[in-house]
Design a binder for this molecule. Structure first.
Ligand code: PLP
Length: 234
């Protein structure tokens, strides 16, 4: 059985290999460890191996682990927390307060609330717009045709810093990565970050220009807890 450090090394090697094939530098691709469903001690073990960026999908679950890791001494050097899950209006204050990055902004109302709730003593919240590239009916994300307008609106909000675009393609739709990159090129100005690629498809995403891959099971193994869905509806 592979240890955490073996899996972590293997994923980083595959990222470097894909970057090289895509004629890019491995340092241009940030690895986000998707830690939903993982206990705090697994995050601490990965932090000990040098990982700094962690991504969570459920607010309550994330905040509980942030407290546990802070108590375990992970404040200096600090961990960098990314929120990647669906955002309900009543969670914007917690998200704006406890995360550095939010990848799942898909409507103006949520952007406005994140802006309004970002504490003054923190730098602007870095955000990405989630795009429903395959126009799946049930999926989160803005329609590709609406990205430019939402980006323009986000740029008017002083407590947000618009960094890029994010997508979760339909199963098997690896062409969505190149289409997201093409959509970005049409924006004015072009955004620096593309958050795309998960355990099963990150190499294709890197070849298409991903700058942030969100990888859970390939690093941690299978999720060990049921991610906290209760916080969605509450
Ligand atoms: C869970 C999740 C991931 C990671 O999925 P794996 O298949 O475990 O790598 C990436 N992005 C989002 C938005 C997720 O919810």
């Amino acid at each position: 059985m592979n240890s955490l450090s073996d899996r972590y090394d293997a994923v980083r090697a595959r990222i470097a290999e894909a970057a090289q094939q895509g004629k890019r530098s491995a340092t241009d691709v940030r690895l986000l460890a998707v830690s939903k469903g993982q206990p705090a001690d697994a995050l601490g073990a990965l932090a000990t191996l040098g990982q700094r960026d962690f991504a969570e999908s459920y607010v309550q679950e994330a905040l509980a682990k942030q407290v546990m890791l802070a108590e375990a001494g992970w404040l200096a050097p600090p961990l960098i927390w990314h929120f990647i899950g669906p955002i309900q209006s009543n969670k914007t204050r917690a998200i704006a307060t406890h995360f550095s990055w939010v990848h799942s902004v898909d409507r103006a109302k949520i952007a406005q609330r994140l802006n309004d709730h970002r504490p003054d003593d923190l730098p602007p919240l870095k955000i990405l717009i989630e795009v429903n590239m395959d126009r799946e009916g049930t999926k989160a994300g803005v329609d590709p045709d609406a990205v430019a307008d939402l980006a323009a609106f986000c740029r008017t909000l002083p407590r947000l810093q618009l960094m890029g675009l994010m997508t979760i393609p339909a199963p098997g739709s690896t062409g969505a990565f190149a289409r997201l990159a093409a959509l970005n090129v049409q924006l004015n100005p072009v955004l620096p970050e593309l958050s795309m690629g998960m355990s099963d498809d990150f190499e294709a995403a890197i070849m298409a220009g991903s700058t942030q891959v969100r990888i859970g099971s390939a690093v941690f193994g299978a999720r060990r807890m049921t991610p906290n869905r209760a916080t969605f509806n509450g």
